[in-house]
Structures are given as C-alpha cells and as structure tokens.
Ligand binder design. Structure first.
Ligand code: HEC
Length: 126
C-alpha cells in the first residue's frame, strides 16, 4: 500500500446513502480497461466537473476547487478513512451528491461509468 497523501485519517461526517444504493455491489471487475475508463472520467471527462478539480490529481482531496471548502473533499489515498466506506456508499454519493456539502450529484453518469469510478477511486489508495 502506498503512503497516504494529505490529511489521514480524515474526519468524515458524510451521511449514509439510501438503501437502494448502499446494498449495491460493484458488478464490474477492476480490469485495466475499467480502471482506464474510471481514470478518464475522474481526471477529465466527468460533467459538469472532473473529480480531480476537488479531489486532486492524486486523489488526496487537495484539488484547487476543494481549497477552503468545509467539509473538505474526501482523501481517497487515506486507507484508514476509506476502509469504512462501502462500494454502495461511494456509488450513491456520486449519483446523488452529499447534501449540504460541495460534493455535487453526477446525474448524467451511467451506472457503468460510476462503477468504473468506484474501481479507480479504490485504486488510488493502493
Ligand atoms: C466541487 C468539488 C467536488 C467535485 C467536482 C467532486 N467532489 Fe466528491 N466530494 C467533495 C466534497 C466536499 C466531499 C465531502 C463530502 C462530505 O464530507 O460529505 C466529497 C466526497 C466524495 C466522496 C466520499 C463519500 C463518503 O461517503 O465519504 C466520494 C466517493 C466522492 N466525493 C467522489 C467524487 C467523484 C467520483 C467525483 C467526480 C465524478 C467527485 N467526487 C467530484 C467535493 C467534490
């Protein structure tokens, strides 16, 4: 496991997503093709904004768009915080956002794209 960048463990107060998301399991395998697709969305293609704007190029939560926002963007490189977050929770937060925070809902991403992002985010901490 790589050494975490940024604040770790990171304080987390995010609410649990609804059961229709929280019980989901990632149907995709973390193949090179799925990781690559997740990376492209994260670093560049996701609309209205790429994830890296807030979560940072390295996933450490230190992107320029996240500077000064409270709560801070999640640090995906921090295993101590990420280990308690299920795939279904990650899926739901990407779909619906985190209410009352800067984390937007990405309504236009297909389920398959969200699962590719879940694999990429998990990979950032490895
Ligand atoms: C405008 C800034 C911004 C952008 C863009 C953004 N996020 Fe976030 N994200 C946040 C903030 C702030 C939080 C912390 C929310 C909280 O504490 O509840 C967060 C939290 C998260 C979490 C943690 C959920 C949890 O339960 O702890 C995940 C996963 C996540 N974002 C994924 C993404 C992905 C994937 C993208 C791109 C498709 C993205 N974010 C784009 C700001 C952003």
């Amino acid at each position: 496991m790589k050494k975490a960048r940024g604040d770790c463990p990171q304080k987390r107060t995010t609410k649990a997503v609804s059961f229709k998301y929280s019980n989901k399991k990632n149907p995709l395998k973390p193949t090179p093709a799925n990781l690559k697709a997740g990376k492209e969305l994260y670093q560049k293609k996701a609309k209205p904004m790429a994830c890296k704007l807030c979560h940072g190029k390295y996933g450490d939560g230190r992107g320029p768009g996240g500077a000064g926002v409270s709560p801070a963007p999640r640090n995906f490189t921090c295993a101590a915080t990420m280990k308690d977050i299920s795939d279904g929770q990650i899926f739901g937060v990407i779909k619906e956002g985190s209410k009352g925070t800067a984390m937007p809902a990405f309504k236009n991403l297909k389920d398959r794209e969200v699962w590719q992002l879940v694999h990429y985010i998990r990979d950032l901490g490895n």
